[in-house]
Design a protein around this ligand. Sequence first.
Ligand code: P1T
Length: 379
Amino acid sequence: MKFNTKTIHGGQKQDPAYGSVMPPIYQTSTYAQSTPGGHKGYEYSRTHNPTRNALENALASIENGKYGLAFGSGLAAIDAVLKLLEPGDEVVSTNDLYGGTYRLFTKIYERFGIKFHFVGMRNATNIEEFITPDTKLIWVETPTNPMMNIIDIVETSKIAKRHKILLAVDNTFATPYLQQPLDLGADIVMHSVTKYLGGHSDLVMGALVVKDKELADRLFFIQNASGAVCGPQDSFLALRGIKTLHIRMQRHCENGKAVAEYLASHPKIENVYWPGFKNHPNYEIAKSQMNDFGGMVSFTTKGNNYEDAIRIVENLRVFTLAESLGGVESLAGHPASMTHASIPKKEREKTGVVDSLIRLSVGIEDEDDLIADLKQAIG
Ligand code: P1T
């Protein structure tokens, strides 16, 4: 089955009761048993819920995995991966990543004795020098949030395999429409479903997809034992969102390109970060591991002035100033004071998250309206 068919049918079957095409929202916490253990496969909704299972099957299908697991947020999904580790273990992570992920790593898991190395992975061989016998996980975001760095998944997975380390890829920015990390050698693919998969800014959710049965069993155990699951209503909405992922992504990519090119031609703009530019440091890798370049674009103003950036985001009318990304509507964010405020200024500036940086999640509105909005806001 091809991807555009999988988003609609992958892992899905008609509901056995009445043949409903969409799975019913099984809004129940528990299931009747005829005798202890005498049930129809469902005991308690933290463990299993038919609507969530329908979503998990769809997630596994679109990521070319075997097992999907849905969580109450993207961070809850990352949290489940970290619970595979033990005190004393080490993690090598991209140094440019979502601020909340950095906060979870450094403010929660460092307290439990896990050591994190934040590494510039533009060149995957940089990872090697941080690997010790205690390294158990490589954590990669690609494209990275918000600097749009591209990490070579194939090369990273070779390093991971050589050292018998798990490789997890946060595929939130790319989505499986653009890139399928499990096919490129990753062990775990992670999503903030809140973003492109949900696609309509109406839910908060996370997901993991894996191929390996033993790894899946360990994660299912953690999902149930820790309990950070999503509800059936949100599972239904995410499933509905996934059915249009391919057509939404196509437009996100077209509009993203138009916006990136417009900004690059603007005299008041200094740097534009978008992996589709031929002069992007890892353009060739992006071209080989992604089908297109996505709808996320970051940029800085000339003079690197905080006030200019704030004025621009406040002046936008079609773009909404808000955290998050990946919905049908265009959003603008100021990472230094919003999504990445939890990373110390010195650390974030090393990766380029300066005070004049603006991040755009380019939606699927008419391209002309988006460009006109940027034009009037930049002035
Ligand atoms: O917000 P949540 O669903 O918990 O997902 C966390 C997360 C994980 N990974 C990436 C790459 C993300 O971008 C996020 C959430 N990011 C934002 C809210 C944001 O505006 O960048």
